[in-house]
Ligand binder design. Structure first.
Ligand code: HSE
Length: 403
């Protein structure tokens, strides 16, 4: 029997216990032995839960028990999750986590520490919920140079946008439903203001390009400014406005950003609705591949956590090669201002203004939208070039296009 400990018995922690219990035999077969949850660390008691008597409140109980081979951290937040992760690694325990804040902030240091102590630090559940994306980028696409990674990385905001667009729901009630379903962060501002997606895109950028950017410093715009104008413009041009995390290199520097993008209907990401995430990887040999599935929620996220547990426990005899990330220097990174792409514009004015805008933006499409407005898609250019081209016109909104 192999003993493990769970840190944090919230949505994902209790979901992981459920996966480990429900699929016990299957998991034992993969690991070669039964996996036992010896401890659950939480501030609360769970007297009615079948594993309630395994709850402890002191991390030392877990750290000091040599029988515990692996710790699954699902506490959320930076502290004390980071501190407990460090301590567990230093105590020679493998760690798996769903905690994107810890990976995005301390990933370089924790991976280095894990290598030093000859243990694993895996984080499949930190991006895309249940979708396999970390391992595929690390292993299955290792023969490729990654050109870009773009996609819907936050289930809560995609759920809200879909509800608003499809059912005309208001923002507050859609958010409440996402919270009731266990999708949202403890502080949902992290979802709606784009920080959760920012943490995830810097993790993907690190996997793709080897350097970890500061998630608090990349260009980040959430969905709080999305209005009916966006929906109307997107509908007129055939597509949807989605909150997108995007990373690529520009002139040898890493760009990572989060922003609402217009996604034309030819791009499969435009059809990713509800709590689902869709991550489009463009690789130089494979071409484009879409990773699609449940991006948040109890059992989908737990499924990825337990996959990491199995991965480690079924390869205990081998020392794993962990990603070798570095912290990005100022010279190694750049920002959204250098992104050359098409832009969606909604402008106000007469048909003459629309003609003028079409020429200035070298637009391929210009369609009338109700209320005497026009939606246009510019030729590829930077956001500044596009804004400057329309400086004499009344621009209602502008968003980049994800082609
Ligand atoms: N709040 C996150 C989301 C949870 O909605 O995607 C999964 O990381």
């Amino acid at each position: 029997m192999i003993h493990i400990a769970i840190l944090g018995f919230g949505v994902v922690g209790s979901g992981s216990a459920e996966v480990l219990t429900q699929n016990r035999e299957l998991i034992a077969k993969h690991c070669g032995e039964e996996v036992n949850i010896k401890y659950i660390l939480d501030l609360r008691e769970f007297p009615d839960h079948p594993l309630g008597e395994r709850v402890v409140h002191d991390i030392r109980v877990i750290l000091d028990d040599p029988e515990v081979a692996l710790v699954a951290e699902m506490m959320g937040g930076a502290h004390p999750a980071y501190d407990f992760t460090r301590a567990a690694i230093e105590a020679g325990k493998h760690v798996v986590t769903s905690n994107k804040e810890v990976v995005a902030t301390f990933g370089v240091e924790l991976l280095k520490l894990a290598r030093k102590h000859h243990v694993s630090y895996l984080f499949e559940a930190s991006v895309g919920g249940g979708i396999p994306i970390i391992r595929p980028l690390q292993t299955d696409l290792a023969s490729n140079q990654i050109l870009s990674v773009s996609g819907i990385l936050n289930g809560t905001t995609n759920f809200i946008l879909t509800k608003m667009e499809r059912e005309g729901a208001d923002f507050a009630s859609a958010l409440k439903e996402a919270q009731a379903n266990g999708y949202a962060e403890a502080n949902p501002a992290a979802d709606v203001e784009g920080l959760d997606a920012a943490r995830k895109i810097v993790i993907l950028a690190a996997l793709a390009f080897g350097v970890l950017l500061d998630p608090n410093k990349i260009s980040t715009t959430g969905i709080t400014g999305i209005t009916k104008d966006h929906t109307a413009a997107a509908r007129a041009l055939g597509g949807a406005v989605k909150l997108i995390g995007h990373t690529r290199t520009v002139d040898g520097k890493v760009l990572a950003m989060v922003s609402p993008f217009f996604v034309p209907s030819q791009n499969p990401v435009s059809h990713v609705d509800g709590v689902f995430n869709g991550i489009l990887v463009d690789a130089n040999m494979l071409g484009r591949a879409l990773f699609y599935g449940a991006g948040a929620g109890k059992l989908p996220t737990a499924s990825a956590v337990v996959a990491d547990i199995i991965d480690i426990l079924s390869h205990r005899a081998e020392e794993r090669s962990l990603p070798q990330w570095r912290t990005a220097t100022a010279e190694e990174q750049t920002d959204a201002s250098v992104l050359v792409c098409r832009h969606l514009f909604l402008i106000e004015g007469c048909a003459k203004c629309a003609d003028k805008a079409t020429k200035a933006l070298r637009a391929e499409a210009c369609v009338g939208v109700e209320g005497g407005r026009y939606a246009l898609i510019s030729a590829p250019m930077t956001a500044k070039e596009a804004r400057d081209a329309l400086s004499e016109l009344t621009v209602v909104l502008t968003v980049p296009v994800l082609d």
